[in-house]
Structure formats: C-alpha cells, structure tokens
Design a protein around this ligand. Sequence first.
Ligand code: LLP
Length: 438
Amino acid sequence: HGTSKINSSGHLEIGGCDTVDLKQTYGTPLYIMDEALIRQRCREYMDAFRASGLPFQVAYASKAFCVKAMCRLVDDEGLSLDVVSEGELYTALQAGFPADRIHFHGNNKTPEELEMAISAQIGCFVVDNFIEMQMLQALAEEKNVSVNILLRVTPGVEAHTHEYISTGQTDSKFGFDIGNGSAFEAVKQASGSRNLKLLGLHSHIGSQIFEVDGFQLAVSRVAEFSLEVKRELNVTFKVINLGGGFGIRYTEGDTPLAVAEYVKAITDAVKKFFAEDYPQLPEIWVEPGRSIVGDAGTTLYTVGTSKDIPGVRKYVAVDGGMTDNPRPALYESKYEAMLANRGLDRAEETVSIAGKCCESGDMLIWDLELPKVNSGDLLAVSCTGAYNYSMASNYNRIRRPAVVFVQNGHSDLVVRRESFEDITACDLVPERIAKQPS
Ligand code: LLP
C-alpha cells in the first residue's frame, strides 16, 4: 500500500527508497514514514469534509506520533492539532504550529499546563471535569483573557473495540456524563463563567473502530442533549467534536472503512439529528490520529539470533521489540511483516518474532510465514506509524530508534537515533555515592 513496492533487486522500497540502502545509511531499528501517504490521508479528511458542505476542523491527534516535522507537515496540510500534555504542546509550538489551531485535551491538566496553554493563546481547551473548569476560569480571570472551551461528555456509547481503548462508555475516567446530569451541570457552569467561552461539546467513543454505528449513536446522543440544553438553558453550541478512533488495516482480518465513509456517516448524522430545532448546523471537528499516520509507518529491524524448539516453535529475534513497539505486549495487537531484503522469496517456514528485551512478553508477532530466515536479514513490520515511536521507551536502557520521512526517492531524518549520552543525560550521582572506595 502507499508507495511501497518490491523493486527490481527484490527489496522492499518505500517512497522510492530501497530499505536495504536505508539500513546502510541510518542503521536499524528504523521507523520509516511514507510522507506521501500521510499527506494523502490528511487530504482524504479535508476533502470529505469539504464535500459535506458543513464548516469543520480536522485536528490531527498528535499522541499518535508527535515530532516537530510531523507538526509542520500537518500545518502544511491545513489541519488543526490536538495535544494532551505540555510536552506535545511544547513540540507543536517549537515547530511553529499556529497556536489558534491547537486544541488541548486531557483528564488531568496541571495548573502549569493550563498556564502555558493560556499564555500561548491556543485555540481551544477541551475541559474534562469541574476542577479543571474552575481552575481554568480562575487562571483566565487572573490574566484577564477569555478562553474557548469544549466540554468533553461521555455519551454512553461503547465502541466495539479492545476494552483498554474504549473511552466512551459511562464507566470511564474521561468527561462529564450525559446520563446522570453532570454534563448538564457543566454546561450551566461554563455558560455562566465570565472568562470561558463555551463553543460546544466533545465526545470520543474509542479507537480502532470499524463501524459507523457508534459514531452515529454518539451524534444522536450529543444532539439530543444539545436540544435539551437549548430548551432548558437557552444555550446553543457552535461546535461539536466527535473525537477520533477511525480504524486502519493492520492485518488481513481488519476491515476498516475508507476515511470518506466515516466522515460522511458523521456529517449525515449531524444533518439528520440537529436539523430540525437547531438555529444553525454546528461546525464539526474530528481528531483522527491512527488513521493519519498508522499505515504510513514501517519499522525496519535486523534479524539476529534464533531458537528452534523442534516440534514446538522457532523464535527469531530482532534488534528492537517492545521498546519501539509496545502494542503487541500491551494490547495483543497483531502485525504483518516481510523480509525487506528478500521480497521475492517464497514463504518456507513459520516463525515467531521476538524482541531483545529481557522479558518473555517481548514478542512482536506470533506465527509469521517467512522465507527461511537468516541472521542479518531485514524484517519490515508494517503499519507502525501510530502509537509506536510515541509510546516507545528506554526499557533495558535501549536507545530509541531514528525516524525517517521518505518521499520521491529521498529520505530525511526527522528524529535522530538516541545516543549513549542521551541514555545517561538525566542521571545524577550524589557526591557521597560518587566517591570511589579508597
Ligand atoms: N481524541 C481523543 C480524545 C482521544 O482520546 C484519542 C485517542 C484520539 C482523539 C485519537 O484516536 P485515534 O484516531 O488515534 O484512534 N495507545 C492506543 C490508542 C490510544 C488512543 C487514545 N486516545 C493504541 O496504541 O492503540
């Protein structure tokens, strides 16, 4: 998919770059991002919304992959940006991302984070709870500014997805409940706050969702609540944010819809459920993360050791693992992979791909069909663009890999590989321990 193909040397090529050359230049493990595919996904969202005729914003959920080059690219494509911490906000500002198109999320924003975001004059805060609302009001008053907010509500919709990544159901740490009156109370408070400008509501029902019915149900719940609020409080919303969660194809078993189909389902539902009693159809915002960058990423590893247990299983180990891709260990996520240096060879054996961490759970793929694997072969795992680099760790003091953007036969480093110095950069040794024994 994307710009990937097997070239005449039988090597995997992405963005016109031979992966065997990329290994020579940058080493492994290496995250390779297909820039054209990221841009294509951004455009699919923008085009689908334009076709709907509704006013909109598409905010890339930077938690999926947040580095300065990515923020620049997203700005270049005209999207907005969703951040959830001071670190993501800092990255975006460093990259020169326009503050007025930054939206700030999170269920426990600290006073420092709120201050930083107010000072930067970001476009919108997605307020999650009453304590945050009071804190934000007080800080805005102190600075004598008015800040835009959305209220995050839990519409009571459960997405059909892995339970660790469902966030829309009632028993969730996020947001104000529509069902028990807390969302109503929040609207009342927010609309009466002098320094908060209530733009509307936010709902996010989960991640890696394949159907549209969850989104349609969320829209209907949010619309029903909006009408109630209009009736009872005479408050109308300018913006409805439906969050992210649009699924992608990691393996053959996954059946996501096209971006345009998700967008059409949402915008149609908004037209249907808001139409009658609403003065003006609200502006629709969404926050896709995974579906912008997920399938654009490929991780390139070098095969090292292997262990064949006759009649049981053959383990093949690569030079990365749960430190660069924690998703299999965390969520039992499935991935596909191929030998990047032998793209034309036929599958001959079934192997399981292990990482190099000192932990049995550090497995990337179980039962993968590959040509007879040798030490030194290159393994390319696909669909690693989202929640891989952004969730990478230094467990076992393994250095985080480099990230390259590839396009039109060019590769550009966007994150350099961590150095040994980086590994100990934050370490301090107290004087009394530092003394060498005499
Ligand atoms: N908006 C909100 C409020 C969110 O909580 C999320 C994801 C998104 C947008 C973007 O969702 P996406 O379009 O990427 O599905 N680490 C997990 C995924 C956690 C998602 C958390 N929130 C994983 O690796 O699957």
